[in-house]
Design a protein around this ligand. Structure first.
Ligand SMILES: NC(=O)c1ccc[n+]([C@@H]2O[C@H](COP(=O)([O-])OP(=O)(O)OC[C@H]3O[C@@H](n4cnc5c(N)ncnc54)[C@H](O)[C@@H]3O)[C@@H](O)[C@H]2O)c1
Length: 408
């Protein structure tokens, strides 16, 4: 393990989350930043032979022409995140990674995302098969050129509008036939990236609410190709708090009558989510867990508004109206003010590290034990954060038992 190199392939490679992930990884590999915010750096996971930070090589797909250095500077100027000294220190490394970023694809991506794309930076193939083949070729070249042991593909691209999942064939054999026919395939780009990842022998992590690998037919493909995957929609802020607080109301038998959450922020993700179609994917993802945890459906409202001046800083104000003994109504309110990319980036790095370890020990299919990282965890009906974390602990115990002490 000590000499092997592992690829991280970021879809949306010059976005806010990707840029922060890359700069953070460089900082960790150079030992210039502390490991605060990284779950995989908890003592609990010390002896699992997780890959060290200097083992990773980064590439990706992107539909905008820019440079990682410019994107990092933009984040600093607009939102005062990222250390300017670290940005300067990593300038050459960022330029090298830029060379590994290839034009992305657009496919049923919707008008808001299409407007982000720049000339020559996005393939728009008529039939999805051609797109998948192009993506597979890019991944194979990355793996070959850098002699990578394994590649984890992570979707951190803009949120797509939802897909009507009833229109997706239930088996991979049927879906595969649709890939050859223009105008027949209901999938969007995020799912074509997932198909390409599996076809190229890579793991796939979906950090966004887009469909990605969540359709049954894609789960079948992952199993056939012996690959593992996880998703969907990183749980970084307001929803993390919901998944911690809702079990408290449930365990104390307090009745939640309504839960209202207003979110305001001003980064590019916010701009994309300003389109009601794209926003719908996020609202569904943020709203569902209350019903699942409480076992009944209180009145809920989730609003997401784009306020440009806030940049990458998100404010969420939640108002929880609940009823206690003798029917007495009470209120809990909280205000969460978090920096979106700074909350997301360490989780992306944790997910890559855990997923690579799972792939190395031969796990295939959905990695359900990563549920605590996601708002809409795939393959599990567990939404309580603490119970989800116990699933991760149980996985760690199993891995520890089979890891020779010399590797610890
Ligand atoms: N705390 C968080 O920041 C957080 C939490 C959970 C989920 N997410 C999700 O992560 C994603 C990234 O967030 P962000 O703040 O970095 O957004 P962003 O808008 O800064 O970055 C998205 C990037 O994806 C690129 N892109 C869009 N479509 C593409 C395609 N088809 N192929 C390749 N590249 C494409 C865009 O050009 C852009 O550079 C969003 O979907 C967001 O909802 C973020």
């Amino acid at each position: 393990m000590s000499d092997t190199r592992i690829g991280i392939w970021l879809i949306g490679a010059r976005g806010g989350v990707a840029t922060t992930t890359i700069l953070g990884l460089l900082g960790l590999a150079k030992q210039k930043i502390p490991a605060i915010g990284l779950v995989s750096e908890l003592a609990l996971f010390n002896d699992l032979a997780l890959a060290s930070w200097d083992r990773f090589v980064v590439g990706g797909h992107e539909i905008r022409r820019s440079s990682l250095y410019d994107e990092a500077k933009k984040l600093f100027q607009s939102s005062h995140v990222l250390d300017p000294e670290l940005i300067e220190n990593c300038r050459d490394d960022l330029a090298k990674i830029d060379e590994c970023i290839r034009p992305g694809i657009l496919f049923n991506s919707g008008s808001t995302i299409e407007q982000l794309a720049q000339e020559g930076q996005a393939h728009c193939p008529p039939a999805p098969r051609a797109a998948v083949e192009q993506l597979v070729e890019d991944l194979a070249a990355f793996r070959r050129d850098h002699q990578l042991h394994h590649v984890v593909v992570v979707n951190v691209a803009s949120t797509e509008p939802p897909v009507d999942e009833r229109t997706i064939p239930g088996t991979w054999d049927e879906l595969s036939r649709q890939l050859d026919q223009a105008g027949q395939c209901p999938l969007r780009a995020s799912s074509l990236y997932a198909i390409a990842a599996f076809e190229a022998g890579c793991s796939y992590v979906n950090f966004t609410p887009s469909l990605g690998s969540a359709a049954e037919a894609l789960c079948q493909l992952a199993l056939r190709r012996g690959q593992c995957h996880a998703g969907r929609d990183g749980k970084t802020g307001e929803t993390l708090l919901k998944s911690v607080l809702a079990p408290m109301f449930a365990h104390r038998n307090l009745e939640v009558m309504s839960w209202v959450g207003h979110n305001i922020f001003g980064n590019m993700d916010g701009l994309v989510l300003d389109n009601p179609e794209n926003k719908q994917s996020k609202v569904v993802s943020k709203d569902r867990l209350l019903r699942e945890i409480l076992g009944y459906a209180p009145q809920t409202l989730v609003s997401i508004e784009y306020i440009q001046s806030l940049g990458d800083w998100k404010t969420a104000w939640d108002h929880i109206h609940f009823r206690g003994f003798l029917g007495t109504p009470m209120v809990l309110q909280f205000i969460w003010q978090g920096c979106d990319s700074i909350l997301a980036a360490p989780l992306v790095l944790d997910l890559v590290r855990f997923t690579e370890r799972a792939a190395r020990r031969g796990e295939t299919g959905v990695l359900t034990w990563l549920a605590s990282f996601f708002k809409s965890p795939m393959g599990v009906a567990e939404f309580d954060f603490h119970r989800q974390f116990q699933m991760l602990e149980a996985w760690a115990t199993a891995v520890r038992q089979e890891t020779p002490s010399a590797c610890r």
